[in-house]
Design a protein around this ligand. Structure first.
Ligand code: ZN
Length: 177
C-alpha cells in the first residue's frame, strides 16, 4: 500500500475551462445576490432589478438597473451583467453562463441573452407588462431563432415582486382628498 491511496484527489492539470473554479452557488443563493443588487438600484431611484452571472457556478458579474442613473434606456441589469461577464471571460459567446435576474427579462434583454448564447436563465418574478421569457413572449424558446436558453422561472419570486411593489408604492403620490 503506497501513500498514493490517501492522497487527496486534487484537480487534474488538464481540467480545462469547464472545471468548477470555486464553490458553486445554488439558484437560491445566486438569487440572493441578485436581490441585493436590486436593492442597490432602488437606492439611486432606479426600478429595483438585479442580475448576476455565474460561469459554471462561479460569480463573474453582479449588476443592477442603471437606466435612471445613466439616463440610458438600455442600461438594464441583464445587459450590464452580460457585458461584464463577456469582459471577464474575454468572449462574447457566453454558453457557460447562467444569468440570474430578479425580474423576467424584457424583449431587449431576452434578445441579448439569445445573442450572447447564454447557457441558462433563472429569474424571480414574472413581468406581465414586459416579460419576454414566457409571459408575453418567449424569446428564449423560439425554434426560429438561432439559440434557445433553458429557463428556470419563479426562484424567490415573492421576494423579488415584494421589492418591486414596495418601490412603486413608495413612489406613488398620496391620494388627493
Ligand atoms: Zn430588460
Amino acid at each position: 500500500m503506497g501513500t498514493d491511496a490517501i492522497s487527496p484527489p486534487g484537480r487534474p492539470s488538464g481540467a480545462g475551462p469547464d472545471a468548477p473554479d470555486g464553490p458553486p452557488f445554488s439558484d437560491e443563493q445566486a438569487m440572493g445576490l441578485a436581490l441585493d443588487q436590486a436593492t442597490a438600484a432602488a437606492a439611486h431611484g432606479d426600478v429595483p432589478v438585479g442580475a448576476v452571472a455565474l460561469h459554471h457556478g462561479r460569480l463573474v458579474a453582479a449588476r443592477h438597473n442603471e437606466r435612471q442613473l445613466r439616463g440610458d434606456p438600455t442600461a438594464h441589469a441583464e445587459l450590464l451583467a452580460l457585458a461584464d461577464a463577456a469582459a471577464a471571460l474575454g468572449t462574447w459567446r457566453l454558453t457557460g453562463i447562467t444569468l440570474v435576474v430578479t425580474l423576467e427579462p424584457c424583449p431587449m434583454c431576452a434578445g441579448g441573452l439569445v445573442a450572447a448564447r447564454v447557457g441558462r436563465l433563472v429569474f424571480g418574478a414574472t413581468d406581465p407588462k414586459a416579460g419576454a421569457c414566457g409571459t408575453l413572449y418567449n424569446l428564449c424558446a423560439d425554434p426560429r431563432l438561432n439559440h434557445e436558453v433553458p429557463v428556470t422561472p419563479g426562484v424567490r419570486a415573492a421576494e423579488a415582486s415584494g421589492q418591486l411593489k414596495a418601490f412603486f408604492a413608495a413612489r406613488r403620490p398620496s391620494p388627493t382628498p
